[in-house]
Ligand binder design. Structure first.
Ligand code: PEP
Ligand code: MG
Length: 316
């Protein structure tokens, strides 16, 4: 019975009409990979590398980072790995970096904005990643908190310089969509990247102007708010114009109803906490794509997050 359950978990998230959604795990350490695969992960859709900085109390150098990425690749076998470049700032403060205090850290120098100011953080990480790419892995790199095309072009140029220096293979380069500006300009950004991964935690925070950590606002800080769904829709449409794929690695992907809606909105990949995978796969397998597309259409037109939630059970 356990074997049967395990076999079922490893099956694809195939909808009733055959449409397949890729399922990844949000995993930070190589030691977490076997458990994620056991839950049914087909790869790692988000490796949060700031974790390496938070854990150690010191900045891991290129060699230390390379060792971790290499072990991650080994643990995954041939499965895909998407590594997110360092996302420091906002809710992710690293004391030993001694960064300047900011009045509004969530609106400050965080994510890609910090990487672009700190070559001493960006370049060792990219060197370690391109060295790992030479091991022949299915590796992609993505950048957090992107707001503009300029940021993408600059980061791409740094990647290309380091790749050439190391004589490493090309690596697909993606960006996180977690700021409304990026979602609204997705059609423009898509020309310059290989894929998008939507961070619904930050996208919700910035769309609703609600601190993702404020317990007082937690009941309203809802990724199912139709305004957030419209930005996800714009992201998918922008990506489609350039034939790019779109993933979601925020918390919405790990909620079965959220996953159903995202699939209906046209998202191609969902990455989540490993323990959420079985329930999400079960939900998707019980649905047809046309049904979820209808659900998405209703949700986009809904008046509120509550009205969207009320569609759960009705339409799909
Ligand atoms: C997100 O913002 O949804 C996301 C996946 O990134 P993080 O939670 O690490 O900010
Ligand atoms: Mg984020």
């Amino acid at each position: 019975r356990r074997d049967a359950q395990k076999a079922e978990r490893s099956q694809a998230a195939r909808l009733l009409d055959g449409h397949v959604v890729a399922i990844g795990a949000n995993v930070n350490l190589p030691s977490q990979v076997p458990m994620a695969i056991d839950e049914g992960a087909e790869g790692v859709g988000l490796m949060r590398t700031e974790f390496l900085f938070l854990e150690r109390g010191e900045t891991p150098d290129e060699a230390a980072q390379f060792a971790i990425y290499r072990d991650m690749i080994k643990a995954l076998g041939n499965r895909p790995l998407i590594v997110r470049a360092l996302d420091i700032g906002g809710d992710k403060q690293v004391a030993h970096l001694h960064l300047p205090q900011e009045a509004n850290p969530f609106l400050g120098v965080r994510g890609a904005r910090l990487l672009l100011r700190r070559a001493d953080l960006l370049e060792p990480q990219l060197r370690a990643l391109y060295r790992a790419a030479k091991l022949g892995a299915d590796l992609s790199i993505m950048f957090p908190m992107i707001t503009s095309v300029d940021e993408v072009l600059t980061l791409r140029a740094v990647c290309e310089r380091i790749r050439a220096e190391l004589d490493a293979p090309q690596v697909p380069l993606g960006i996180m969509i977690e700021v409304p500006a990026a979602a609204l300009q997705a059609d423009v950004l898509a020309a310059h990247v290989d894929f998008f991964s939507i961070g619904t935690n930050d996208l919700t925070q910035y769309t609703l102007a609600m601190d993702r950590q404020n317990p007082e606002l937690a009941p309203q800080t809802d990724s199912l708010h139709p305004a957030v769904l419209r930005l996800i829709r714009a992201t998918v449409e922008g990506a489609a114009r350039h034939g790019r794929w779109v993933g979601v690695c925020g918390g919405m992907a790990g909620d079965p109803f959220g996953a159903a809606l995202l699939t209906g909105l046209g998202v191609n990949e969902l990455s989540m906490t490993p323990r959420d995978i079985p329930a999400v796969k079960a939900r998707l397998r019980a649905s047809a794509l046309t049904e979820l597309q209808q659900l998405a259409t209703h949700a986009l037109a809904a008046e509120s997050a509550q009205a969207v939630r009320a569609l759960n059970g009705e339409a799909a």
